[in-house]
Design a protein around this ligand. Structure first.
Ligand SMILES: Cc1cc2nc3c(=O)[nH]c(=O)nc-3n(C[C@H](O)[C@H](O)[C@H](O)COP(=O)(O)OP(=O)(O)OC[C@H]3O[C@@H](n4cnc5c(N)ncnc54)[C@H](O)[C@@H]3O)c2cc1C
Length: 471
């Protein structure tokens, strides 16, 4: 059967859901959203939510252990069964019946099934064809990328889906990839009792972040007993009975009973009918309105456009695209590689904007101010002297903040102030009037401004330029 609606959304992950709800609420549009699996997408069931549920109990325990008085009261171990049961409740036992009412309350029509484009404005779901009067929005997300390593496809490797929903703690967990997913899962399962090994081809964990972030995290993982192998590639994978062996290019090998592949993501566009509208499979290129160039009726939001593979970026793009479909003159500026990002390990790593190296490579007159994250009175309540570095990156020509990275216990909530300062391009002179409360860890901002001022005075006296100085 063929029928018309205003907008067809393909994929009910966080990006698709938010866009559909906004179009319906703000524009009274008739919206149909097609989902082939669970409403809520990868994030709710196999990614953000279960991974944080697995990480948080050990983080709380460690945090208590850093505070004398509380430490003595929590000398026991994690209750693995209770941790997994709480994870199951958080993902609602892999049912989406708690998410669907949100769409229903906004009069968004949910169509279950696999959607494929079938020419301009037409989306086929089984025997039905939905025809979009205004727009089709692709929000199909990404899946785990399996690299072409000999033997890997045959050993039953896990991706994020299996590791976040596992019902038992692996004995020996091998993790291929030291990016966000790899380090979070290595720490989560090591905290629950697994012996974990992380293999990363680059010379540091989290290679896109400031170098100290990967180094400090590596030290924390090693204290937990995780073996970290950086600067080495996996060359082959074999299985003998229960044992999986990963051969490394330096001739070594590592063995385990489970192998998690976490080396990147691929867009789920292979079976989407993109060829029917003359587009190649792969990440879908979009402009700043999230519209596909040359296709005025077609938008792509969330992971699938490859601009920033994070839930909050996808939700932001959803708001921009919805407003554009509703006729507003709007553009996305808050996503992309500088979008805020949090790695929920212990120590947490929270970063926004550019790293010093990226800024210098881009020709910006950049200076970094490095501070101990624990260098405030407020931080003493989170474990006095805990390791962790904070870096503020300043454009010294414009005297604005262009990047910030915080490493330390529970630093995620410090990030948004930096995001605001960067997005609003707040002059540093103005920031001096944003007074942090005492005793909060936000007094890091005072320390930063004092250090920057001190550096500037010293530089002026020495009669040299500030560019590229890293303290
Ligand atoms: C382990 C892990 C942890 C993560 N943790 C975080 C975190 O803490 N914070 C964060 O910001 N990000 C995190 N991410 C990233 C986050 O999960 C993604 O950025 C987010 O899910 C992308 O949302 P989306 O709506 O674009 O796609 P998805 O959430 O992938 O949703 C896409 C939906 O489309 C459906 N679909 C696909 N193809 C079709 C089709 N042809 N027809 C119908 N339906 C279809 C899928 O079934 C799915 O439900 C994590 C990722 C992983 C792997």
């Amino acid at each position: 059967m063929e029928r018309e609606v205003d907008v067809v959304v393909i994929g009910a992950g966080p990006a698709g859901e938010i866009l559909a709800g906004r179009l319906s609420e703000r524009g009274s549009k008739r919206v149909a959203i097609v989902e082939r699996d669970l409403v809520g997408g990868e994030c709710s069931f196999y990614a953000c939510m279960p991974s944080k549920a697995l990480l948080r109990p050990a983080e709380v325990l460690r945090e208590a252990g850093r505070v004398p008085g509380a430490a003595e009261a929590v000398s026991g171990k994690l209750d693995v069964g209770a941790v997994l049961a709480r994870r199951d409740r958080i993902v609602n036992h892999l049912r989406d019946d708690h998410q669907v009412p949100w769409l229903e309350a906004r009069n968004v029509e949910l169509v279950r099934g696999h959607a494929r484009l079938e020419g301009e404005r037409r989306v086929r779901v089984g025997d039905d064809v939905l025809v979009a009067r205004d727009a089709v929005v692709i929000a199909v997300g990404t899946g785990a990328l399996l690299p072409p390593i000999p033997g890997l496809a045959e050993v039953g490797a896990w991706s994020n889906g299996e590791i976040t929903t596992a019902r038992e703690v692996p004995d020996k967990l091998l993790v291929l990839g030291g990016g966000v997913v790899g380090v979070e899962m290595a720490q989560a399962w090591a905290s629950l009792g697994a012996r974990a090994t992380v293999i990363e081809a680059q010379h540091q964990l989290l290679p896109r972040e400031e170098p100290f972030a990967g180094d400090e995290l590596q030290a924390a993982l090693e204290r937990l007993g995780v073996e970290v192998r950086t600067g080495v590639r996996a060359t082959e994978v074999t299985r003998h009975g229960e044992e999986i062996t990963v051969g490394l290019e330096n001739g070594d090998s590592v063995t385990g009973d489970r192998l998690l592949v976490a080396i990147g993501r691929k867009p789920l566009t292979a079976d989407l009918g993109l060829d029917t509208v003359d587009l190649p499979a792969g990440f879908i290129e979009v402009d700043d309105q999230l519209r596909v160039p040359g296709h005025r009726w077609l938008y792509a939001i969330g992971d699938v456009n490859g601009r920033s593979l994070l839930t909050h970026s996808g939700k932001y793009q959803a708001r921009i695209a919805a407003d554009h479909i509703l006729g507003e003159d709007t553009a996305a500026i808050g996503d992309g590689p500088g979008a805020p990002r949090v790695i929920f390990t212990d120590p947490q790593i929270a970063a926004v904007g550019q790293t010093l190296e990226a800024a210098l490579d881009a020709g910006v007159a950049a200076e970094a101010i490095d501070l101990p994250s624990s260098g405030t009175a407020g931080a003493s309540f989170y474990g006095r002297g805990e390791p962790g570095t904070t870096r503020f990156v300043v454009d010294t020509d414009c005297e604005v903040l262009i990047g910030a990275t915080f490493v330390g216990p529970e630093v995620a909530e410090l990030l948004h102030a930096a995001t605001i300062a960067i997005v609003a391009e707040v002059p540093l002179a103005k920031l001096a009037h944003a007074v942090p409360s005492f005793p909060t860890r936000s007094e890091l901002w005072l320390k930063f401004l004092e250090a920057y001022e001190h550096e500037r005075q010293a530089t002026l006296h020495a009669g040299r330029a500030l560019t590229g100085i890293s303290r």
